[in-house]
Design a protein around this ligand. Structure first.
Ligand code: NIG
Ligand code: FE
Length: 361
């Protein structure tokens, strides 16, 4: 109360009757705007095909690119809102949304515009990441450097000029872009003064996390194949480790991210849904928390920090994700007796009340 200006001290008291109060939840890594779905690939993977094999055979990300290019802005918006509403119902108040299913200038911009429009239609905060370096589109197969020069970097310029870019992301992987190529994208981001983040060491080790750390990345995401040396590099740069147990689960990955090394070096660990049609068709942060505990052996306390304070940090937001003076009044009230219950139940939503910027919504 001492920190509150005198003229603002007249407040309506709300009795929460002993319920748990947390910050509004932050989903700091999503591809929630996308056309179509990839349920048929799910079927193929269950019959033994790997995610990488499907991508190499012309499925995967580029299949969603085709569906996103042909979708109208209205249909992209409507389908994304269905998913966003599921997250809102569980107390999410801030979401990050990536482009990356356009891979041409026009569609990358379309995705980012749709993402931003969501914030005008729902009570939430949207941060947009430009992910032009997500995959090589069909028309540039075998010419990935030309794709970067002729499409990705010009699209980044255009999106930046339209004010649509809060961060620049990339996919550093054998089926996507090399560290050298990602470095070119990051150098462009630096010229524009935009912070970077990276899908790194998800399916194999390529050195993306160390590269991102050398650019003071906001976050390195996935990290299943990251090493203790990567954790040290991330600790030095202050990059957040964004762990995505939904993708780990859905791809039936067995290699665990280096949790002990991340902890030992004091790297902040965030959690997110990675909501996307290929590797994580997940629209529940509570389930992400449960999976982080059961699959990664994170503690329920770490899981809660992962979807609040550390999720906010992964987005460079200093005034979100905590309950204290100077923070946005984004809050969630839960019908639980102990914080661990948020991670413990599976498929149950104990949200009692949600507040976005001081308004009960
Ligand atoms: O975060 N890793 C790259 N991007 C997404 C998957 C995208 C897709 O399969 O459509 C991810 O897992
Ligand atoms: Fe992702």
């Amino acid at each position: 109360m001492a920190d509150i200006p005198e003229d603002a001290r007249e407040v309506d008291a709300l009795d929460m009757e002993g319920r748990l109060l947390t910050p509004g939840l932050v989903d700091c890594h999503t591809h929630i705007v996308h056309g179509g779905n990839r349920a048929s690939e799910f079927d193929m993977r269950l019959q033994g095909a790997s995610y990488e094999e499907i991508a190499q055979a012309g499925g995967g990300i580029v299949a969603t690119v085709a569906a996103t290019r042909t979708a109208s802005e209205t249909s992209l918006l409507e389908s994304a809102l269905r998913r966003v509403d599921a997250l809102i119902a569980e107390g999410m108040t801030t979401i990050e949304i990536k482009s990356g299913y356009g891979l041409d200038v026009e569609t990358e911009l379309k995705m980012l515009r749709v993402a931003r429009r969501i914030a005008t239609l729902r009570p939430l905060r949207v941060r947009t990441s430009f992910l032009g370096a997500h995959s090589v589109p069909e028309e540039y197969v075998g010419r990935s450097d030309a794709y970067l020069d002729e499409v990705c970097l010009p699209a980044l310029d255009a999106a930046y000029d339209e004010g649509l870019v809060d961060a620049v992301d990339g996919f550093c992987e054998g089926i996507a872009f090399s560290t050298e190529q990602i470095q070119r994208v990051f150098e462009k981001a630096c010229l524009l003064g935009v912070r970077v983040k990276l899908h790194a060491e998800q399916l194999s080790w390529l050195g993306g996390a160390a590269l991102a750390a050398s650019f003071d990345a906001l976050s390195c995401d996935h990290l299943e194949y990251a090493t203790p040396a990567d954790a040290i590099a991330m600790a030095r740069s202050g990059s957040v480790a964004v762990l995505l147990p939904g993708a780990f689960y859905f791809l039936r990955e067995t290699k665990l991210p280096p949790l002990d090394a991340l902890r030992a070096n004091g790297v902040a660990m965030a959690l997110a849904t990675d909501c996307n049609p290929g590797s994580s068709p997940l629209t529940s942060l509570l389930l992400s928390m449960n999976m982080a505990c059961t699959l990664f052996r994170m503690t329920p306390q770490e899981a809660l920090a992962g979807v609040t304070i550390h999720g906010a940090r992964a987005l460079g937001l200093a005034d979100v994700g905590q309950i204290k003076s100077g923070q946005k009044a984004d809050l969630a009230v839960w019908d639980v007796a102990h914080p661990a219950e948020l991670s413990y139940r599976i498929g149950f939503n104990p949200l009692h009340l949600r507040m976005f910027e001081g308004e009960i919504t």
